[in-house]
Write a protein that binds this ligand. Structure first.
Ligand code: UDP
Ligand code: MG
Length: 315
């Protein structure tokens, strides 16, 4: 039997470009492959005409998973992978920024034995330039040591990897982070990202910042530990400094002639320590809030059965 390749596309408010992406880019790219293909669109609670536009395209090999509301791209990818039946699963954005021309090359690498083929963004075309630099710098410093700069969501994963991916249960997730975490060797292909076909990117600065914090917190304990060390260091230093002031000023009668006002020295210390305590508390709070989210064990997403078709995951 001919092998199947699944293409998973998360879609949120893409009415401007979804039609041309599907009919002019993705479908032609799929028909070039010598495999049966299935396209799994995950409509992530779009509030515009995205759904109508998708239906107008009349694509045969289309499966549609439609969420009742917006759950975020990472959850959309998760639902897509869960519903994918293919021997390989390709993850691609719906806005035309991920060049479909690379799909053939990725499949070729997979045929040659690669279990994960990851597209790496060419530095010059990095879109969120500053944002993504900060992200990668933070991830390298605190998180996963093996972060490849510019590695994108645009990926091909083998069935074996998709099966493992489906076993992850955490709510707070970054698809590429989980895939990287598995440690399965990856093959990289360089790509030049393109401009959006239409519409606006929905990843705001705020969303990107929280994504960075989330992925750090979910992949590393370092922020907690670092503040523990800083706390110990400051406590020891302030202890010695306090002793110094006590002995120099009050016991020995200020032989060095510093004439420090005790109140000034102390208030500086106190405010410094209070600041530190607040920062470390905030970090702890982030971790605890994540535990809280995970502990609730809610379903990752809710599917709108009436708006979906071609899938078994109709919870
Ligand atoms: N997306 C989604 N849910 C969201 C936000 C985005 O499914 O809540 C989809 C979006 O339709 C697109 C992809 O995720 O296919 C990437 O989104 P976007 O272009 O806004 O982000 P960026 O290109 O900045 O990564
Ligand atoms: Mg985009």
């Amino acid at each position: 039997m001919k092998r199947v390749i699944s293409v998973v596309v998360p879609v949120y408010n893409e009415e401007a470009g979804i039609k041309s992406f599907l009919t002019e880019q993705l479908c032609p790219a799929c028909s070039k492959l010598s495999y049966n293909t299935e396209i799994i669109l995950v409509n992530d609670g779009s509030e515009d005409k995205t759904l109508e536009k998708i239906k107008e395209c009349k694509i045969n090999n289309l499966k549609l998973v439609s969420f009742v509301r917006n759950f975020g791209k990472e959850v959309a990818l998760t639902a897509g992978i869960k519903n994918a039946k293919g021997d390989a699963v390709i993850l691609i954005d719906a806005d035309g920024q991920h060049p479909v021309e690379m799909i053939e090359k990725m499949v070729e690498k997979w045929e040659n034995g690669a279990a994960i083929v990851t597209a790496v963004r060419d530095e010059n075309t990095t879109k969120h330039k500053l944002g993504s630099r900060v992200y990668y710098a933070m991830m390298k410093m605190f998180g996963n040591k093996k972060v490849v700069v510019g590695a994108m969501d645009f990926r091909l994963i083998d069935r074996t990897v998709a099966d493992e991916f489906n076993k992850f249960t955490e709510r707070n997730r970054l698809a590429r982070g989980l895939i990287d975490w598995m440690g399965v060797p990856q093959t990289y292909v360089k790509v030049h990202t393109k401009n959006r076909i239409g519409g606006k990117p929905t990843y705001s600065f705020k969303k990107l910042t929280s994504l960075t914090i989330d992925s750090l917190v979910s992949s590393s304990r370092t922020p907690l530990i670092v503040f523990g060390y800083i706390g110990v260091f400051i406590t020891i230093v302030s202890l010695f400094l306090g002793l110094f002031i006590l002995i120099q000023q009050y016991i020995m009668g200020d032989p060095l002639g510093l004439d420090w006002s005790g109140a000034v020295a102390m208030s500086v210390f106190v405010s410094f320590l209070v600041g530190l305590v607040l920062v470390s508390q905030a970090i702890t709070a982030i971790y605890i809030s994540q535990i809280h989210i995970e502990a609730k064990g809610r379903p990752l997403y809710i599917i709108d059965k009436k708006k979906s078709f071609g899938i078994d995951d109709k919870k």
